[in-house]
Design a protein around this ligand. Structure first.
Ligand code: C5P
Length: 220
């Protein structure tokens, strides 16, 4: 039996990658599967929350009671989240948003035989930081959770992000650790919160990580 401790809470979860179009047949993206976000959304729903997921292109299954808004690009995800955020109590950004989008080649397919001697040169524009945007708009009654995948200086980088993006809690993991991060069923995380909390959790199934994240948010 699930606890009903999130009953009445409106929860927004972003998940999956974003897909940044270059031409009609090519895009820039990353291997995020959306599993951590789906585990969080499902756990929140089972605990009584009204859950809205803004999902980049991925094939995770969500309970039928979870509202799902599908988007492709970071700009679309940003706009959907900004529209939804004022009516939410909690935001949880797990999406692996592409930080940059290629300046689109155009409506026609780029042909390799049309390239000059310098080969293919692609320029990029910076995408908005969706989580930081929600942090800036956050009201005192709203709470915001972010994620951080780091390759080094995990504590300093994660705590820096928590401050900069006005988060209540950040869930950090080291990349390139087996059993953690992208496309893994498990995750090994260190959790920091705005009250100074710093906990290292063992390697756990993502479902278990999700349940502990909601427990932790309730405790701070
Ligand atoms: O700064 P960094 O990209 O490592 O931060 C990761 C956190 O910020 C994640 O919670 C991710 O969902 C969010 N993020 C975002 N929009 C971006 C980049 C990251 O919402 N453009």
């Amino acid at each position: 039996i699930s606890p009903d401790d999130l009953s009445g809470q409106r929860v927004l979860v972003t998940l999956g990658p974003t897909r940044e179009r270059f031409d009609p047949v090519r895009f820039w993206s990353n291997p995020s599967t959306g599993r951590m976000g789906a585990a969080l959304a499902t756990a929140a729903w089972l605990r009584g929350a009204e859950v809205t997921v803004v999902a980049g292109p991925c094939s995770v299954a969500l309970p039928p009671g979870v509202r799902r808004v599908d988007v492709q690009t970071a700009l679309e995800m940003d706009s959907a989240c900004r529209d939804l955020w004022p009516s939410m109590d909690v935001g949880c950004c797990t999406a692996a948003v592409a930080d940059f989008r290629p300046i689109a080649f155009g409506d026609a397919k780029m042909k390799k035989d049309a390239l000059g001697a310098s080969g293919l040169v692609v320029s990029f524009d910076e995408n908005p930081d969706i989580l930081a945007g929600l942090g800036t708009l956050k009201r005192p009654d709203q709470r915001l959770i972010g994620f951080a995948a780091e390759s080094h200086d995990l504590a300093a980088n994660a705590q820096g992000k928590m401050q900069r993006k006005h988060l209540d809690m950040i869930v950090a993991n080291l990349v390139n650790v087996p059993g953690s991060g992208f496309a893994s069923g498990t995750n090994q995380v260190r959790v920091f919160d705005r009250c100074g909390g710093d906990e290292s959790w063992p390697q756990l199934d993502k479902t278990e990580v999700a349940w502990r994240i909601w427990d932790h948010l309730a405790a701070i």
